[in-house]
Design a protein around this ligand. Structure first.
Ligand code: GLY
Length: 374
């Protein structure tokens, strides 16, 4: 099994090298920097502005390529795409900066620690912390004064995705010595632990709080099938996010939650044999519902880390099983196809009619990260 997976992983790296070479030809190796995220219905590359929650993942893809190959051209390009996001360190109107700066600057810093990158990471944590609502002990995810979020009756919505911001806060404390960010992160994780989960270990997508008292006002979904359903990627964010909280704090309750949510998914009657989940495990037309490869890739990456903390649980083999599925022609693209992304068949948001059964830069990112962790 191990030898077979070693070969699959090495084939994946060879394929990624060729596919991302074509991708870079397409995006451009110099001049104006675009932030590719997916493809449209005609197969054309879709790029996003730097304040989009996905703006950092392409830089992250390139850092992961550098780590996998040691080829400096990937690091040079990763640097270029990373530094284009410089002004995000001051962004305060949404919470997703952990994704944006984590996959770009934090990855870059880990490879090549520099004062300039450190400053961006710490300033981003400072900006994110402006969204901390002390009375409720949470970071507010979305503003409710405009857009579709203003039409749901929410006051202080917190989404499970927000767990993915905490790594940046923990790192900012380590880099700066300022414990504020660490305290914000653990407070948010504790409130999420208390309010976001159901008895069976699954999580809600959106918990709406009274920001002054911490009272839970609504338990909703935004991207899932129904308020009480199991939106797949939300579960992945929970598993990955709580594993990261354990990495920094060594507090067992965080790892326990990651395990509970993972077990719920593995035991769910609608979990497919190949371990690539439907976009929502309670979607009404299973098995005729889109899969979400981004969920599978994120869980695989989390599992390689969980394996370090729980070596008896067989998580490495489980992650290898997911990676084997993702490396099959059912999910891995052909050279030059799929807009030159690696993985097919992810879902952005079905309720919003957006990005259904497409490649997504973050599916590639967690897949490449999983290969590196392996
Ligand atoms: N963070 C948004 C999503 O998971 O689609």
């Amino acid at each position: 099994m191990k030898q077979r997976m070693d070969k699959i992983a090495s084939d994946d790296v060879n394929f990624a090298t060729r596919q991302y070479t074509l991708m870079l030809d397409q995006v451009g190796r110099k001049g104006k920097v675009n932030n590719p995220r997916t493809i449209d219905k005609l197969g054309r590359l879709v790029c996003v502005p730097i304040d989009d929650w996905c703006s950092g993942f392409f830089a992250g893809d390139l850092w992961e390529m550098y780590k996998l190959t040691g080829d400096k051209q990937w690091a040079d390009q990763a640097k270029r795409f990373t530094e284009n996001l410089d002004s995000i360190q001051y962004l305060t109107w949404h919470h997703d900066v952990g994704f944006m700066i984590g996959s770009s600057y934090l990855n870059g810093y880990r490879i090549n620690p520099s004062k300039a990158y450190k400053k961006v990471i710490v300033q981003t944590a400072k900006s994110l912390s402006t969204r901390f609502r002390k009375g409720a002990g949470v970071i507010q995810s979305w503003n409710v004064d405009r857009g579709w979020q203003s039409k749901r009756g929410w006051t202080c919505p917190v989404i499970i995705d927000n767990m993915m911001n905490l790594e940046l806060l923990f790192e900012a404390t380590k880099l700066s010595g300022d414990s504020t960010y660490w305290k914000v992160a653990t407070s948010h994780a504790d409130a999420t632990l208390k309010n976001h989960f159901r008895e069976d270990g699954s999580c809600y997508h959106v918990i709406d709080y009274n920001p002054n008292t911490g009272e839970v006002l609504h338990k909703h979904t935004a991207q899932g099938y129904a308020h009480e359903s199991v939106w797949a990627r939300g579960q992945a964010w929970a598993i990955y996010g709580f594993t990261v909280c354990y990495r920094y704090t060594k507090n067992q309750k965080y790892l326990d939650q990651a395990v509970r949510t993972l077990n719920m998914m593995l035991r769910h009657p609608n979990m497919p044999n190949d371990l690539v989940p439907y976009w929502d495990l309670n979607a009404p037309n299973i098995p005729n519902e889109p899969r979400d490869v981004s969920t599978a890739a994120c869980i695989a990456s989390a599992l390689y880390e969980m394996d370090k903390y729980l070596p008896e649980n067989g998580y490495h083999a489980l992650a290898d099983r997911i990676m084997t599925s993702l490396s099959s022609p059912a999910y891995l693209a052909e050279l030059g196809k799929n807009g030159c992304w690696l993985l097919m068949h992810s879902v952005g948001s079905i309720p919003h009619g957006a990005e259904i059964d497409v490649p997504l830069n973050y599916a590639d990112y967690y897949f490449l990260e999983a290969l590196n962790r392996r």
